[in-house]
Design a protein around this ligand. Structure first.
Ligand code: ZN
Length: 657
């Protein structure tokens, strides 16, 4: 049998955990428009099309549809799996189906595991390495229904201890960059790493070829891809491909196919179609490669190293020089890491103290389905451990600036972890954390430092449960027949007259809330919320209700407000679905102001204006300065009255007396 050249393409699929950690909802990201957020956008552009990618003939007709997950080697980070399960289950099903189809066809699956969080394992303690690897394996088993053979390491970051932990957990191989091993294989074949009688196979990818796929346009043309492989030469002029060189390995971010490169899914489908037929090379997955070419050549690690920092793993703790914008500074990386490591050590001590068998790593939380966990203490400590580990999600340090979303993601997990600690201890830990965060400075002085970002952008998020309770009371006030249009992984609830009980599915904690729903226009504008049996009370504005509850209230309000304020051609455009929401709100605001111009406040026109303002709040936006100026002009001409003052207060207008 002639030794045919092989091609392996690995896709590392991952997104930062964009869910806020209290209700685990992804906030709207305007930069991802027209999609709700970047998870939705990237799923639409990449993960979904890869599950059913068309192969075109020379006339542009669809000749075949390929599930790329059957042919690529891939991993999908557990935090992304959780999002897909909730928001795009059919996309995850195609991934699982691809793995199963590959097993039927070759005896080897295409999916490999990943640690539970996307953390830089060489910077984690041995115990945290073990926890991340064990939880990652458990998630893989749950999703793919089998044991994993390989594991992807976040940023391919590796040291000796990381590989020891992988072997102890029964993992057989991982994938590394060529510069991470001391003796790269001349022919692409897998290598062997050994330590104390344990061994692990290492697949080192082809750096040049992977770079051309990730950053060049090699994907556009399957013929060129095939030629590129057959024409590649080693340093001493030998063909890279051919009988003497068993494999070419590509490893890239999965988002390369369709998100970074538009139509990359078509490109990869074309490549699969060509090579699956055995033309030029034979496409194999990583498990299959290890089975066909068990490693015989030994290598040592370059340790610690990663695929995305030339300085080892410094990118995730210091200003090593790795960045996108050469004019930016990363002095914030070290204090951010120190602050979170200091907090993490204290949290670990609390877990060890409160959990008597703390010497053994805690198991990962199950996907919660049980509203009353058998052991509430264990449930709370697992949740604390989950958020403690999430504080080290690597993207926080990867980019240029502290004021980006990624550092805020890890700070949100720190706040959630603090919320799971008894409040007297939590307050001390938070003070210590904030003092260390003050040393981390954003590039733009206007963005402040870690302490001001904490106060401004992290602390308000801790009101999420109150905002949920208030939103539920508000919807219940106006909508007793229809079910609440919100489903959460974190909470269940029951609503009786003027009282809502929330059950935290992660910890089993039950809380009861009551409150007064304040209506200024058509639906709730705010809720004066009280926790039953506790002294706690808060005023929650409609703009802060969870998005799905705002949308439900907006549907009720819009029917009334639009009927009274929008007519003529704007009305026809609205009915035809051609009026943008922002334009519809502004038209309604104008319509309400016209009513006031005609009839003053006598006809209830102030309620109509409040109703229009409710539509802004329920869309999660404030009126623009220009729109507030429009209202000022109209109200300034009216005599002072209680109705005028209420509107002025709501819009922060100072009117002439
Ligand atoms: Zn670096």
């Amino acid at each position: 049998m002639t030794a045919q050249h092989r091609l392996m393409v690995h896709a590392h699929c991952y997104q930062p955990p964009r869910e806020e950690p209290w209700l685990e909802l992804v906030p709207r990201e305007p930069s991802a428009a027209p999609d709700h957020d970047w998870n939705v956008r990237i799923t639409r552009e990449c993960y979904a099309p890869l599950g059913a990618a068309p192969v075109l003939d020379d006339h542009g007709r669809v000749r075949r549809v390929v599930n790329c997950w059957e042919w690529l080697s891939f991993n999908v980070g557990p935090t992304l799996v959780h999002w897909l399960e909730r928001e795009a289950p059919s996309v995850l099903e195609r991934m699982v189906a691809g793995d199963r189809a590959a097993i039927s066809r070759t005896g080897h699956g295409t999916a490999i595991a990943a640690p539970y969080h996307h953390v830089i394992l060489p910077l984690a303690s041995r115990r945290d390495k073990q926890t991340e690897v064990r939880w990652g394996i458990r998630e893989f088993r749950r999703v793919f229904g089998r044991e994993p053979r390989g594991m992807w390491l976040p940023e391919t970051a590796v040291d000796e201890e990381t590989l020891e932990v992988l072997t102890e957990a029964g993992i057989a191989f991982t994938i590394l960059a060529p510069h991470q091993v001391t003796s790269p294989s001349p022919d692409g074949a897998p290598l062997r790493w050994q330590r104390d009688g344990r061994e692990l196979a290492l697949i080192a990818y082809d750096g040049g070829l992977s770079h051309q796929v990730a950053f060049g346009d090699l994907l556009k043309d399957a013929h060129r891809f095939a030629n590129e492989i057959s024409e590649r030469r080693t340093a001493n002029g030998e063909p890279v491909a051919g009988p003497g060189s068993p494999v070419s390995v590509v490893a890239v971010d999965g988002e390369t196919f369709g998100h970074h490169h538009r139509f990359g899914d078509l490109g990869v489908a074309g490549v699969i179609d060509r090579f699956a037929a055995g033309s030029g090379a034979r496409m194999v997955n990583s498990e299959q490669l290890i089975a066909e070419l068990p490693p015989t050549r030994d290598t040592e690690l370059m340790s610690p190293t990663s695929w995305s920092c030339a300085h080892g793993v410094e990118r995730w703790r210091s200003e090593c020089g790795c960045r996108m914008d050469p004019t930016s500074r990363q002095g914030w990386r070290a204090p951010l890491r120190l602050g979170l490591e200091t907090l993490s050590a204290e949290l670990s001590a609390i877990i060890a103290r409160d959990w008597p068998v703390g010497a053994a790593p805690l198991e990962s939380p199950e996907q919660p389905t049980d509203t009353s966990p058998a052991d509430p203490l264990l449930a709370r400590l697992r949740e604390l451990e989950r958020h403690r580990l999430a504080m080290f999600t690597s993207c926080a340090w990867f980019f240029d600036d502290l004021a980006r979303i990624e550092p805020k993601i890890v700070l949100r997990h720190a706040a959630r972890a603090l919320d799971l600690v008894p409040s007297d201890e939590s307050a001390l830990l938070e003070t210590a954390l904030v003092a260390l965060l003050a040393e981390a400075r954003a590039n733009d002085p206007d963005d402040g430092n870690g302490a001001s970002i904490w106060a401004r952008e992290i602390v308000p998020g801790r009101m999420a449960v109150q905002q949920l309770a208030a939103g539920l009371l508000a919807v219940h006030e106006f909508e007793r027949e229809q079910p609440v249009e919100l489903e959460l992984d974190t909470h269940e609830w029951s609503i009786t007259d003027r009282e809502v009980e929330l059950i935290d599915l992660r910890t089993g904690e039950r809380t009861r809330w009551t409150g007064e729903v304040i209506t200024m226009g058509v639906v709730a504008s705010r809720v004066h919320l009280r926790r039953v049996g506790m002294g706690m009370s808060a005023v929650i504005e409609a703009i802060d209700f969870p998005e799905a509850l705002r949308a439900q209230l907006a549907t009720i309000a819009a029917a009334f407000v639009f009927d009274a304020t929008i007519n003529g051609s704007a009305r026809r455009a609205l009915d035809a679905g051609e009026l943008e929401p922002a334009d519809a709100r502004r038209t309604a605001l104008n319509g309400a102001l016209e009513h006031i111009g005609t009839a003053g406040f006598d006809s209830g026109a102030d309620l109509l204006l409040h109703g229009a303002l409710d539509l802004y709040a329920l869309a999660g936006v404030h009126p623009t300065l220009e729109e507030r100026a429009m209202v000022w002009q109209r109200l300034a001409g009216l005599p002072a009255s209680a109705a005028r003052s209420r509107l002025a207060d709501r819009l922060e207008l100072v009117l002439p007396t």
